[in-house]
Design a protein around this ligand. Structure first.
Ligand code: BDP
Length: 336
């Protein structure tokens, strides 16, 4: 009995030791030593999500007199979002700022936010992530041992619109036969196929080249990404389909989390919550700037008075995935 307990204690210590080491600290006793937390994003410096996480780093530094800081790796320097999630799961990366689209394959519950047309518009999405529903889904990520992730906060990413190099998409018919890059999540490939296009799952970092060389005809994303990634240079036709309104998410490595003191965990949690609201202002500004650049580039955005044909077209996606989220979808719709 006694030796069994000892063994368990040893295992516990061993696990804690490993987590602390992954934070760059020598031993649990050195928990007060300097910790540089790695953060990663596919977007460049200055993009709203990157700036918001950097601002969190400044706050952490100020609150801990420089003991904890964040080192940002922007522009997919540490790989794509799937890779970022995997690195966070093993403790090689602490903060992964990714799209909820990339988290869906890991935590099925969050796929409800990835359903086409689940939100009326992006302000509806904002209200939902700010509501108890947002908190519950973050808790689903944190509470599930298997994810290896802590859900810290949501961020804005506007609405996603289809763009391509071939022709203006003014109706569903125009999408027929076009190869459109989607985030790697079966739900999105099915969504594009239901809309009549040919959905191709591909890493974000490959999209520009794939469009330029004709491997795909187009992609879909929000206005700031269309500009920040220079997609507008190779895919000049953009239509405001708003078929997906996917929030961003900031997750933390569970393995590294276990190596933080309770006080430090509380600080990261608090600044994460603040980042959810603070990123929003940066986001609105980025959207305005992107729209101005789209206009300056002479690109005309196709708008739709009625999106019902698009909403009707994705019914097969709802038939396939929707049932398990029915109760949650009802609550989302009830958020006014
Ligand atoms: C952008 C998101 C980013 C995704 C990207 C994508 O900010 O997190 O990786 O879309 O399409 O809007 O992969």
């Amino acid at each position: 009995m006694k030796s069994e307990m000892k063994r368990r204690d040893f295992l516990k210590l061993g696990a804690a030791g490993a987590a602390v080491t992954s934070l760059g600290l020598a031993s649990p006793a050195a928990a007060q030593a300097k910790a540089v937390l790695k953060a990663s994003d596919v977007h460049p410096l200055g993009y709203p999500t990157v700036a918001a996480v950097e601002a969190m780093g400044k706050k952490l530094e100020a609150a801990t007199s420089g003991r904890i800081s964040i080192q940002m790796f922007p522009s997919a320097q540490l790989g794509g979002e799937k890779e970022m999630i995997e690195q966070a799961q093993v403790g090689a990366l602490q903060f992964a700022r990714v799209s909820v689209g990339a988290v869906g394959p890991v935590v099925d519950e969050v796929n409800v936010f990835n359903m086409p047309f689940v939100f009326r518009d992006s302000s509806h999405m904002e209200k939902v992530i700010d509501s108890a529903i947002g908190d519950e889904l973050l808790a689903k990520i944190t509470g599930n041992e298997k994810t290896g992730l802590i859900g810290l906060c949501w961020m804005n990413a506007g609405s996603r619109n289809v763009y391509n190099a071939k022709r203006a998409i003014k109706s569903l018919d125009d999408l027929k036969g076009l190869k459109i890059r989607m985030i790697g999540n079966p739900l999105f490939v099915d969504t594009m196929n239901a809309l009549g296009g040919n959905g191709i799952a591909m890493g974000f970092d490959q999209v520009y080249n794939a469009m330029q060389t004709g491997v795909v005809d187009g992609a879909e994303n929000n206005f700031p990404t269309y500009i920040a990634q220079n997609h507008f240079q190779v895919a000049k036709f953009i239509s405001q389909t708003e078929h997906l309104i996917i929030p961003e998410i900031l997750v933390f490595s569970k393995k590294s989390w276990d190596g933080l003191s309770k006080d430090d965990q509380a600080l990261v949690t608090k600044f994460g919550r603040e980042a959810q609201k603070e990123q929003r202002a940066l986001w609105y500004k980025a959207e305005d700037e992107a729209l101005a650049k789209i206009k300056a580039a002479g690109i005309e955005i196709v708008k739709f008075a009625d999106k019902k044909p698009f909403q009707d077209a994705v019914k097969p996606v709802w038939d396939k995935y929707g049932a398990k989220y029915a109760a949650l979808v009802k609550r989302i719709q009830d958020v006014k």
